[in-house]
Design a protein around this ligand. Structure first.
Ligand code: 3PG
Ligand code: MG
Length: 428
């Protein structure tokens, strides 16, 4: 299914004031933007609008300021970064609605850009409030939705606003929806999904969908610990979610049922890198619990498993181990499409020796496999959120076929859910 919404290519933009919804919800630390991937990905749409004679009024949220102004969540740093990346002046309005902003919007000429302050400084934004949406709409002649990362929310700037202006998609939204829908609906097989991250409950829908459609599903990250615990393995002090054990069991049952009927692999890590703390100086060791499982099945407790097969009570699993990384990387050599969401370990812990942190080797190895370092290069889609932060920090973001700007939005789209901010746009 291809994208069936009107886009900025389908309308006349000349002399129009365009209200552009972007997702400039970027990480900001002490007033500095630490990752500008979302801003960069919005540039083609902004440039297209400028090139076609529009004046552009950009609105976005940043963080969760809870309906009131919060200087920590100001979009001002974004305005400076946007100006720099575009090489084009960007004006800034201290409020997204109100008389001063209305007056400023009226002065805009084709080629001008005005960035509005955080939409979420008004509680009406998240409440999908009609009056607030009307005020936003009054600034412009056309609405363009390009904030892929936020279209899973029905907010005033994604939903209600579309009732007051002709509303079409920007280029980023179109690309995101097309690419993600294509890999989910007609992937070049074999299709492999690698899912990591902390909580099973956050990814339950996407896990089910991939068990349904993929040929190989590999699990890593802290959520793997919960699966391992559900299988009866010792996980020590590892981050686990006991409430999710029933979910883990359901998922494993679904996977087993499918594997009985056809070629399908549901892979949980067979080994891990463990340490007694998350610290970068902590002593690490490899635990190969696949040996534990074998010992348990065959002759435990007559012959207790070796220490190298058990996570100690005081230890945490912080990364997938070398066997697991090699198995997943090997699977990628047979796959033609890989969808990856969630790192395999605690990639944030900085390194003492070289560019890759002590608990990032598993992730780095699968990244290398995806990018063709071992010979074969599958089509690669990276789904949003923290995973993008990681590939950005490694300077790898441009190397994948598609790196989504959406976290929750890409998960929902992959799960097969409708996105309210897309549904609200005009059909082709
Ligand atoms: C995101 O980063 O997930 C999007 O910008 C949406 O933000 P939200 O999760 O606070 O609605
Ligand atoms: Mg979110």
């Amino acid at each position: 299914m291809s994208f069936n919404k009107k886009t900025i290519r389908d309308i006349n933009l000349k002399g129009k004031r365009v209200l552009l919804r972007a997702d400039y919800n970027v990480p900001v630390k002490d007033g500095k933007i630490t990752d500008d991937y979302r801003i960069k990905q919005s540039l083609p749409t902004v440039q297209y609008l400028l090139d076609h004679g529009a004046a552009v009024i950009i609105c976005s949220h940043l963080g969760r300021p809870d309906g009131k102004p919060d200087p920590q969540a100001s979009l001002k740093p974004v305005s400076a970064r946007l100006q720099k990346l575009l090489g084009h002046g960007v004006r800034f309005a201290d409020d997204c609605i109100g008389p001063a902003t209305e007056a400023e919007a009226k002065t805009l000429k084709p080629g001008d850009i005005l960035l509005l302050e955080n939409l979420r400084f008004h509680a009406e934004e998240e409440a999908d409030d009609a009056n607030f949406a009307k005020k936003l709409a009054s600034l412009a002649d056309v609405f363009v939705q390009d904030g892929f990362g936020v279209v899973h929310r029905a907010h005033a700037s994604t939903d209600a606003v579309t009732k007051y202006l002709p509303s079409v998609s920007g280029l980023l939204l179109e690309k995101e929806v097309n690419t993600i829908t294509n890999v989910m609906e007609s992937p070049k097989r074999p299709l492999m999904a690698v899912i990591g991250g902390a909580k099973i409950s956050d990814k339950i829908e996407i896990l089910k969908r991939f068990i349904d459609i993929a040929d190989f599903v590999a699990i890593g990250g802290a959520m793997a610990n919960t699966f391992l615990l559900a299988k009866g393995l010792k996980t020590g002090k590892s981050l686990v979610d006991k409430d999710d054990i029933p979910l883990a069991k359901d998922i494993m049952q679904l996977a087993e049922a499918k594997a009985k009927k056809q070629q399908f692999i549901f892979y949980l890590p067979q080994d891990g890198v463990v340490a007694s703390s998350i610290d970068k100086t902590a002593q690490t060791r490899i635990v190969d619990w696949s040996a534990h499982v074998i010992a348990e099945v065959e002759n435990y407790p007559k012959t207790p498993p070796p220490k190298s097969a058990i996570v100690g009570n005081g230890e945490l699993i912080l990364d997938i181990g070398p066997f697991s990384a090699a198995f997943i990387a090997g699977g990628m050599q047979l796959a033609n499409t890989v969808v990856w969401n969630g790192t395999m370990g605690v990639t944030e812990t900085p390194s003492l020796r070289g560019p890759v942190g002590p608990y990032a080797h598993g992730t780095e190895q699968i990244v290398e496999a995806m990018l063709g370092q071992f010979g074969h290069r599958p089509f690669t889609v990276v789904g949003g959120g923290d995973t993008v932060g990681y590939v950005e920090s490694q300077g790898e973001v441009g190397l994948f076929d598609h790196v989504s700007t959406g976290g929750g939005a890409s998960l929902e789209l992959m799960s097969g859910k409708k996105l309210p901010g897309v549904e609200a746009l005009q059909d082709k």
